[in-house]
Design a protein around this ligand. Sequence first.
Ligand code: KIV
Ligand code: ZN
Length: 503
Amino acid sequence: MDRVLIFDTTLRDGEQSPGFSMNAKEKLEMAKQLAALKVDIIEAGFPISSPGDLEGVRQIAREVRGPVVAALARANRADIDAAWAGVREAARPRIHTFIATSEIHMKHKLRLTPNEVLEAAGEAVAYARQFCADVEFSAEDATRSDPEFLFRVLEVAIAAGATTVNVPDTVGYTTPEEFTALIRAIHSRVPNIAQAAISVHCHNDLGLAVANSLAGVAAGARQIEATINGIGERAGNASLEEVVMAAHTRRNIYAFETGIDTTQIYAASRLLGTITGVRVQPNKAIVGANAFAHEAGIHQDGVLKNPLTYEIMKPETIGLPENQLVLGKHSGRHAFRARLNALGYDLPKEALDQAFVRFKELADRKKTIGDSDLEALVGEEITKSQEFYRLEAMQVTCGFPATPKASVTLRGPDGQTQHAESAGDGPVDAAYQAIGQIVGKANQLTDFSIHAVTPGRDALGRVTVRVQNGGCEATGHGADTDIIVASAKAYVNALNKLMAASG
Ligand code: KIV
Ligand code: ZN
């Protein structure tokens, strides 16, 4: 069996898409889970894009062992310097440099001639090789490029020292048949191709990213670039769990293996949802809530008689916890920690202590505490940033007809409590205005979402907000059985992250 490398770009292509931004701490948490999943390469970020991203890449390079740690750079020296500054402390660093090769990108975006692109590609790879023995080159928009020109660019990149050449379907335009032919042609037409591995990087605009990636491998590619839950620019990238489980389940068709520990898939998917606040749709292949649920009577009857009737994969293969163990107010610390471990969370002592305190508080208000409740509590710990402000107390009045009013007390950076009151369009608006008066920074709420973590009237409400200040954006999360309190916590969490990002 051939071994295909899994290059995870959740923290770069995924993270750069709207609603998925993560700070350095969150990226590090996710990178540790990617290492547990045993991906071969973690693309940790695009360091030139911001000091925060550089710091995130640096921390992952320093602390995460196992996978190669890669950073992205355009084909210029400043980008490559920043990428190297990000990954240089990794045990196995990689610089990933790219330039567009399609006529439409070269002419309208780069305003470069094909010869200039050829030269820039060769120079960038050679420059990156001065720092790092592992250099990947990507021909952006490869699938809409003139194939003859693409072959030439890849040849030049390999001659300059590229050890992997990536063929991105940047706009999700290709089809499995067309992509197979392109990868085969690269094999036969790029004279020095034996000196580099071919990688595929497919976007999902037509819903073909996974099929195209598998077609690319069947045609000879030996690296697949993918993301957890398929997140990424626009319609996303090829979903890592789908590619891996297709290969795992249909070994007779896809004659390759990966190094992925499939039992870590579910935990990786849930952790990403916990950190970003964006859950996958229920019918998402492999990791959706319904992926292993059987509703129709005929199906249930079949599965009870023999799971093979309707299940092509075993839930335990992806690490789906076998039973929904329910905790309550009599559950102790040991049971709490054991359940978190079973869900794939291994919190450091301080975070575990905090989460346990919150668990006990919640258990007083809510009779049974299931996995989703635990994830919401843990999520608050994982996404906590430096706490400049903390919600100490709040009260709201609202009704119909009435003017909603909120009174909020925060503990500030100097340890003193500060209090403000405000009216608003609704109780959340009133609370946010009062918080704004205390924090005193102009900012814009660009997204607000709330969902009940479990069914039932005593459910935890989990609020996710996005807040912008100048060019900076932060995502905040808060969970509480009182949704106005959860909203206030999420807002304060986002403001703390903005303050931490601005130094
Ligand atoms: O989609 C794309 O072309 C990319 C490259 C930077 C690899 O993400
Ligand atoms: Zn991409």
